[in-house]
Design a protein around this ligand. Structure first.
Ligand code: ADP
Length: 419
């Protein structure tokens, strides 16, 4: 069994995919695990464990993260990464801070670096404050998030109520002064150290400064420069194995209602894909049989999409009638069953839109681990299951308007099958 070098613990599913894609882009072999593996398994140099602990009680999040850490260390992981969202999605209780502290304790560390910045996606940290595009976090759409409304932009102030240890900041002027300056500043700090990053170049500086750290916490962007640095430092890191050629038919399953997904669904149908709209109210009344029957009559190879994607007004109406949780569950369960049906009818390439939806579909298909393939769009790679089904799992706002068509074109032109 080959040994693991880098182990990441991600607080949600698409966050894990995003990180795995970043690492894969850096040219190393990555396996994404859905939950902590139970039985013996072949580990790769880079392991990313997807948990679902963003909004669970902090005690549960800590227990799961610790179990993931134990598994990663048992595989030999020397570098640990705590992956959370680049918009620092958390509540006043956690779970970013509590998990970071538990990992520090288990690793015997007195310092953790926090770098959520993802400049390519407009997430920047300046003077310890997180910006989304041009807006401070607390003025961005994240202020209205249903589960983790972000009411402040100061990362130190957000962390403080979540942690027992002190917080500190390595501010922009120090980062611009270079890696040696960052290292010197780090030496003087303990506890949770937030690091500013405005552009990709800043991430390169930070990565150089922290490449020897046992624990890094943050978004996926800070991870991307690390493999090259570790290789330069002499770590023998395997490149990705050739990926299988994905065959069989295709389907898109969309449960995301984000603005970008709405545009993507419209563009795909405008371009000729057959479409079936799932309505939570109809699902509540009449069940899923009509959708299953529709899918069964479609040609396995033809472009087709089943979507619950709807405008905010329709979503609000469904939520009012059914309750937020029930509306969501009806849609997720429906898309999960349709994924199983699609697989049965010989579909081997499945694109899923929506973070929660992706979780539901992978559970339904009993996926335990995924090999990471090429990126379709930043943060969204094709992934391959043990039985070589190709899955693309896209969270809400990722990808361009033609994402669905682009995803399949990429497999068809063989870009994914460099055999
Ligand atoms: P995103 O990545 O865009 O946040 P998710 O899949 O994580 O997408 O979340 C979208 C949630 O909205 C899911 O729980 C899904 O079941 C639910 N949903 C999808 N369509 C509808 C709809 N028409 N009405 C109500 N809820 C919906």
């Amino acid at each position: 069994m080959s040994s693991t070098f880098f182990g990441a613990i991600a607080d949600d599913f698409t966050g894990a995919t995003d990180l795995a894609a970043m690492l894969s882009r850096a040219g190393v072999a990555v396996t994404l695990r859905i939950g902590v593996p139970e039985g013996p398994t072949e580990a790769t140099a880079f392991e990313v464990i997807a948990l679902k602990i963003r909004t669970v009680p902090p005690e549960d999040a800590v227990a799961e993260a610790r179990a993931a850490l134990r598994w990663l260390r048992a595989q030999g992981a020397e570098r640990i990464f705590w992956k959370y969202c680049s918009t620092f999605d958390s509540t006043p209780r956690g779970n970013i801070g509590p998990v970071a502290e538990a990992l520090m304790s288990d690793l015997g560390l007195d310092r953790a670096i926090h770098c959520p910045a993802f400049p390519e996606n407009g997430r920047r940290v300046f003077m310890g404050h997180l910006y989304v595009g041009e807006l401070p976090l607390h003025e961005s759409p994240m202020k209205d998030h249903p589960l983790t409304p972000m009411k402040d932009s100061s990362l130190e102030r957000l962390l403080a109520p979540q942690v027992a240890r002190e917080t500190g900041l390595i501010a922009f002027p120090t980062v611009r002064a270079g890696a040696a300056a960052v290292r010197a500043a780090l030496d003087d700090l303990r506890g949770h150290v937030v690091v500013d990053a405005v552009e990709g170049d800043d991430l390169a500086v930070i990565a150089e400064a922290v490449q020897g750290a046992d624990l890094i916490c943050g978004g996926s962007a800070i991870a991307q420069p690390l493999p090259a640095l570790w290789r330069d430092a002499g770590a023998g890191l395997a490149s990705p194995a050739d990926l299988p050629k994905a065959g069989g038919g295709q389907v898109v399953l969309s449960g995301s209602c984000s603005a970008m997904t709405r545009a993507q669904v419209g563009a795909y149908i405008d371009a000729g894909a057959a479409g079936y709209r799932l309505d939570p109210m109809e699902l509540a009344k009449g069940g899923l049989e009509a959708a299953r029957a529709w899918l069964a009559t479609q040609a396995v190879d033809a472009p087709k999409i089943l979507f619950a994607t709807a405008e905010p007004k329709a979503v609000a109406a469904a939520q009012e009638a059914l309750g937020v949780v029930r509306a969501g569950t009806l849609v997720e369960d429906a898309l999960a069953q349709l994924a199983r049906d699609a697989r049965e009818m010989g579909v081997g390439r499945i694109v899923v839109a929506g973070g929660e939806t992706s979780g539901a579909v992978t559970r339904a298909l009993a996926v335990e681990s995924l090999r990471i393939g090429p990126e379709i769009a930043p943060g969204v790679p094709w992934c391959f299951t043990d039985d070589d089904t190709a899955l693309a799992l896209k969270s809400g706002n990722f990808g361009s308007e033609r994402f669905f068509a682009e995803a399949f074109e990429m497999l068809e032109t063989g870009a994914a099958a460099a055999e």
